[in-house]
Ligand binder design. Structure first.
Ligand SMILES: *[C@@H]1O[C@H](CO)[C@@H](O)[C@H](O)[C@H]1NC(C)=O
Length: 244
């Protein structure tokens, strides 16, 4: 039973190409398949260009204008160049989270290697872009202004740590929340199932009601977590545009 709880997180090799040098191989997994599907769906959604929008295009226009104003509020005019990236980041995570709510669908965002890979690469790019834009002045974000000189060394250490921890916390927040949601589903439905199979039909209403509530909650969480991830990315990108 315990193994079954975690079955949904199994990464399955679909196609393996043994190639080139020695043990090196390229593997296409169910995780790669879902991420490829996510990219394909984004491409389809962004294609809408009808003058009178259909349902999907209307949804996309709402998302588009919301994300555009979020990027504009945080990054100003100069930050508009980041808007396509932020929009696609939001859509990518939201689509994977939502698809993951369907039974038997693999959820890449419930894997820390995926979310941490995203957040680490984002922070590396933010650091490189900051260094390119401001040269060594960029390091001044590690030194908050207006503090006594005696405290400076401590604050620099704290600020440096908190800057580096961004790369971890951004990914872990998404991974932990999505994984917790999926485990909640499987534990409570397992509970309902064993109640029904032992003949407590009326009583099993309770876990089923909880399950319905959690399903509604997780639908919202799928979008909220994608939004939080892309909004925090926007805020971190601010360091590449202005120093305080
Ligand atoms: C995930 O995060 C949301 C808030 O963003 C919270 O309401 C929800 O309870 C969390 N889910 C789990 C399973 O912890």
């Amino acid at each position: 039973m315990l193994a079954a709880y975690f079955d949904q997180f199994n990464v399955i090799r679909l196609i393996t190409i043994h190639a080139f040098l020695g043990d090196f191989s390229v593997t296409f997994t169910n995780s790669s398949m879902m991420m490829g599907l996510g990219v394909a769906i984004i491409w389809l959604l962004l294609k809408g260009e009808k003058l009178i929008p259909n349902r999907w295009q209307s949804i996309m226009e709402i998302i588009h204008s919301n994300m555009r104003s979020a990027v504009h509020e945080n990054l100003g005019k100069l930050g508009q160049k980041y808007f396509p990236f932020i929009l696609c980041l939001f859509l990518f995570i939201a689509i994977l989270n939502i698809l993951g709510l369907f039974p038997y669908v693999f959820t890449p965002t419930a894997h820390i290697i995926i979310t941490f890979g995203l957040s680490l690469s984002i922070m590396i790019v933010v650091t490189i872009l900051g260094l390119i834009t401001f040269k060594l002045d960029f390091l001044s974000i590690l030194m908050p202004g207006g503090i006594p000189l005696a405290l400076a060394p401590f604050l620099v250490i704290i600020e440096t740590l908190s800057y580096m921890i961004r790369a971890i916390s951004l990914g872990v927040r998404l991974f932990a929340n999505i994984t917790a949601g999926h485990l909640l589903f499987v534990i409570i439905s397992g509970f309902a199932f064993s109640m029904i199979s032992k003949g407590f039909l009326i009583l099993s209403i309770i876990p089923i009601m909880i399950l319905i509530f959690i399903t509604l909650l997780e639908m919202a969480v799928a979008i909220i977590q994608a939004y939080v991830f892309s909004l925090l990315t926007t805020i971190y990108l601010r360091d590449t545009i202005s120093l305080h």
